[in-house]
Design a protein around this ligand. Structure first.
Ligand SMILES: Nc1ncnc2c1ncn2[C@@H]1O[C@H](COP(=O)(O)OP(=O)(O)OP(=O)(O)O)[C@@H](O)[C@H]1O
Ligand SMILES: [Mg+2]
Length: 322
């Protein structure tokens, strides 16, 4: 029983009516006790759809989903009991009720026994740092506080699984950091499994044991967070060198031969060379090479790889022209 995953998604595809392409296409993933998995992908990748299917809110077109061993189509009610979810957009809170009234309401809805509920509410208010605001109406809450309360409400019945869709979306930097810290604390709580989605690498990096990268409904990569980051050099800078004039195809081919991973993007009167993960010494060699080839260097810069570029490298697509 212990080795059984809390969530098992097998070959799941979701086609929305009239949609041209499936929103989720043959995805398989599993989530084990105590594990946090981040579903990472750009807008429209299929993250929310996947989470909604796991939550039993959207039916898969094909494939199966098991939550604590229960088939989410055939035995949805049994699976749902183990899930707490905070989905994108829906805050699941009543604006005119206080924090405490909201938690009581949702606790009753989840059939949490009265005495247990009282303790659970105190515990969660403390965990999320909301004790001082428990009598305040939710409409007066900042977005960060609302989001914390929504997560607290999702945890009232002490579910084994927590689903968080874009938990820090729309929060300012400070509120997002605070929430990250609280989620990190939750992940340390034994045996809870967390499935969260994000289109931001840093959030996934900070909270997730494993990252599942999804793009156009399909798995692009799935690995331990650390291995994924190492593999794709997301921490490394991209060197950008602007050269005067259009480079010949011959010269570009030579460059790519000598300096692996470099791309050349032609512009009207210049050529932009992009070289991810290049070291200082390699860069000097490149500059020497360009000098030998009588290429006039207009500008040299370095910047961090964006998540989009990581996706592009993961999906093996061309860098877009700018
Ligand atoms: N109810 C729906 N009906 C039809 N198509 C939908 C529906 N919900 C989502 N889609 C489509 O399915 C695809 C995946 O959407 P989904 O919301 O799962 O992506 P996402 O990864 O959560 O994106 P975002 O980062 O923007 O939240 C998109 O092309 C979207 O337009
Ligand atoms: Mg979404």
């Amino acid at each position: 029983m212990n080795n059984q995953p809390f969530i098992q998604v097998s070959e799941v595809t979701k086609r929305y009516p009239r949609a041209e392409n499936p929103a989720v296409n043959g995805v398989s993933l599993s989530l084990h006790p105590g594990e946090t998995l981040a579903l990472l992908g750009p807008n429209g990748a299929g993250k929310t759809t996947t989470v909604k299917m796991v939550a039993g809110l959207v039916l898969p077109t094909s494939g199966t989903i098991h939550v604590m061993g229960h088939d989410m189509v055939l035995a949805r009610a049994k699976g749902v009991r183990h899930i707490g979810a905070v989905l994108e957009g829906a805050r699941n809170l009543y604006w005119r009720l206080s924090a405490l009234e909201n938690l009581r309401y949702f606790g009753n809805l989840r059939l949490v026994p009265r005495r247990e509920l009282f303790h659970r509410i105190e515990e969660l208010l403390a965990l999320f740092g909301l004790e001082a605001h428990k009598h305040q109406e939710v409409r007066q809450f900042s977005r960060g506080m609302q989001q914390k309360l929504a997560i607290a409400a999702a945890l009232l019945h002490d579910p084994k699984i927590l689903l968080l869709d874009e938990p820090t979306l729309g929060l300012d930097v400070q509120a997002a950091k605070q929430l990250e810290a609280t989620i990190a604390q939750l992940t340390q709580e034994q045996e809870k499994a967390i499935l969260l989605t994000s289109h931001m690498m840093p959030l996934a990096e900070k909270l997730a044991d494993r990252i599942f990268v999804i793009h156009k409904g399909r798995k692009v990569a799935s690995d331990a967070t650390r291995s994924l980051l190492e593999r794709y050099n997301t921490h490394q800078d991209i060197a950008e060198i602007q050269v005067a004039g259009q480079m010949t195809q011959v010269l570009i081919a030579q460059l790519q031969q000598a300096f692996g991973g470099i791309t050349a993007i032609p512009n009207a009167n210049t050529t932009m060379l992009r070289w991810p993960g290049s070291e200082q010494t390699q860069l000097i060699q490149l500059l020497q090479f360009l000098d030998e080839q009588d290429q006039a260097i207009l500008d040299i810069g370095r910047r961090q790889a964006s998540l989009e570029e990581v996706f592009l490298s993961l999906t093996g697509m061309e860098q877009p022209n700018e």
